[in-house]
Design a protein around this ligand. Structure first.
Ligand SMILES: Cc1cc2nc3c(=O)[nH]c(=O)nc-3n(C[C@H](O)[C@H](O)[C@H](O)COP(=O)(O)OP(=O)(O)OC[C@H]3O[C@@H](n4cnc5c(N)ncnc54)[C@H](O)[C@@H]3O)c2cc1C
Length: 503
């Protein structure tokens, strides 16, 4: 971080929208600094349903622009990060009293044809065999279509790495406390564990997600052009309730839908809810009524009945949605709006709303809006550019085989986890290790020192939570003693690194 330099752009927020804009801008030759008050993806961007999807449901709300853009992005993003994003088939069990078959077929016709689709298969009808069906006897047929599943937090990290490799400075655990413009330049006050300091920038981008309006009103002392409504969404995780790699989209009597998604080989991810949230976005947590709601929908469909005792883990996030004054949280628009304002002729671009799926297009639109302020801005580039880990990545199976030959004493489950986390960058993570014994201390569940050191050195991981919850999903397996051992190791590692820097 250079406090004397005038950055072209300072981005507030290390969720998907902030890192997406930082990566796009840095790749166009701008000097960029991004600050994130916590860890990368520590809020909404790691609390999603982990889908790259067109949003079949949004067709009912006539969100054709959003659905068309999101549908087309599925294949663009799959090609950019094939290690993080994979095609998935979804089955909607038919419940005739909720939506008639003709309506669903019409929706799926649009879904198949609205956006460009070359790799993803189209939709079809399915009949459930009563002898083997997972569903209650009255559910006899369904509709099948394609969307994609994503590792949301790792998609954020991949974009941060790309921004960094194009010269951006990524500052995590660094809060922007205020900013003021004077003579076309922003002076941005940042605060981290070392203290408070200022950086200067030509353009300020407010990608603070749930904090977008709070940042404008409280930290910049300006008027926000839009209000947002915070809508809480929660998920529960249970041991896998069915074999196979298809997801289910379940309709409820209130016209909402809930997904049941195969998750990390061993689990089923169930969500989400939609309810108004008025509290602090830092402290959102699942409510008892959300748990009841999700269990009730599952139990209305599946023969296997779930209870609270089946729940291994839960998570919640808040969607920062543009307030379109709708009475129904699930009908509120999921589209994004970018608002360009100025303070003392210095531009401020604020991001309202959005989805993981549309982050790349959102970043591109942000750059189009900011073009007049940068005379030498390079053209659009992200549609065809691979994200880190996708370089020389033929496919996951191929890389798994290569690694199994290279490290025959490493379990296949670990090799698969590495491949879906790092893609071809797994070779960098491994460094010169050729045997399991060279990977160093094992903290449990095949998390070795080599990987921990790599995450700290290359992916801004600081705490055990960063590593277990966002860089991996090992938090679902680690016990308190294992976490304590990892914490102890990280404390010593950070101390050593601080001493090296000071020396
Ligand atoms: C339950 C749920 C399910 C969803 N499922 C999907 C899905 O399946 N597919 C999909 O495409 N989308 C989905 N979404 C939407 C998607 O997750 C969000 O649109 C997206 O993550 C928003 O990203 P963001 O960068 O705007 O916000 P965030 O990820 O919240 O990032 C904003 C960041 O700004 C930081 N920040 C705030 N103030 C400051 C400050 N002053 N200084 C420094 N940093 C600051 C915060 O710490 C935060 O990390 C879902 C959302 C929810 C809640």
């Amino acid at each position: 971080m250079d406090q004397h330099h005038i950055y072209d752009m300072v981005v507030i927020g290390g969720g998907i929208n902030g890192v997406g804009i930082a990566a796009d801008a840095a790749g166009r030759g701008l000097s960029v600094l991004l600050c994130e008050k916590d860890d990368l993806a520590s809020h909404t961007s790691s609390a999603s349903s982990k889908l790259i999807h067109g949003g079949l449901r949004y067709l009912e709300h006539k969100e054709f622009r959003l659905v068309r853009e999101a549908l087309a992005e599925r294949e663009v993003l799959m090609a950019k990060a094939p290690h993080l994003i994979r095609a998935m088939r979804f089955i909607m069990p038919h419940r005739p009293h909720l939506r008639p078959a003709w309506l669903i077929r019409t929706g799926l016709f649009f879904y198949d044809h609205l956006g460009k689709r070359e790799k993803l298969a189209g939709s079809n009808l399915v009949d459930f065999d009563p002898k083997t069906s997972l569903f209650k006897p009255e559910i006899v047929k369904g509709f099948e279509y394609s969307d994609c599943a994503v590792d949301d937090a790792r998609l954020v990290v991949a974009n941060a790495i790309q921004a960094h490799e194009n010269g951006a400075s990524i500052q995590t655990r660094t809060r922007c406390i205020t900013a003021q413009a004077e003579q076309n330049v922003w002076t941005v006050q940042l605060q981290n564990t070392q203290g408070t300091f200022a950086v200067r920038a030509k353009v300020l981008v407010n990608a603070a997600g749930p904090w977008v309006t709070e940042f404008i009103q409280q930290d910049l002392k300006m008027q926000a052009a839009y209000s947002i409504r915070l809508i809480q969404g929660s998920h529960i995780i249970v041991p896998k309730i069915y074999a196979g790699d298809k997801a289910f989209i379940l309709q409820n009597d209130d016209q909402r839908i809930v997904f049941a998604i195969p998750y990390l080989d061993e689990y089923t991810l169930i969500g989400t809810t939609d309810q108004r949230y008025l509290g602090n976005p830092d402290q959102v947590d699942i409510t008892e009524s959300e748990i009841d709601y999700l269990l009730q929908i599952m139990n209305a469909h599946f023969q296997q009945q779930l209870t609270r005792q089946d729940i291994i883990s839960t998570y919640s996030g808040v969607r920062p949605l543009c307030d379109d004054e709708s009475d129904n949280p699930s009908a509120m628009t999921r589209d994004y709006t970018l608002v360009l304002t100025q303070q003392q002729h210095a531009p401020l671009l604020s991001v309202y709303g959005g989805k993981l799926t549309t982050y790349r297009k959102l970043a591109e639109s942000a750059m189009h809006q900011l073009k007049p302020f940068f005379s030498k801005l390079k053209p659009d580039w992200t549609a065809k550019a691979l994200l880190p880990g996708a370089e020389n990545f033929f496919n996951a199976e191929h890389l798994v085989k290569e690694l199994e030959q290279y490290l025959p004493d490493v379990p296949k489950s670990l090799v698969e986890r590495w491949v879906h986390s790092y893609g071809s960058r797994v070779w960098r993570m491994l460094g010169s290790c050729e045997h399991v014994s060279a990977l160093g201390q094992c903290f449990g569940h095949d998390l070795y020192q080599q990987e921990v050191d790599y995450l700290v050195a290359n992916e801004w991981a600081v705490s055990s939570e960063d590593i277990l919850k966002r860089r991996s999903k090992l938090y679902l397996k680690f016990d308190q003693d294992q976490i304590a051992r990892l914490d102890e190791y990280l404390l010593a590692l950070h101390k050593r690194r601080a001493q090296e820097i000071a020396a």
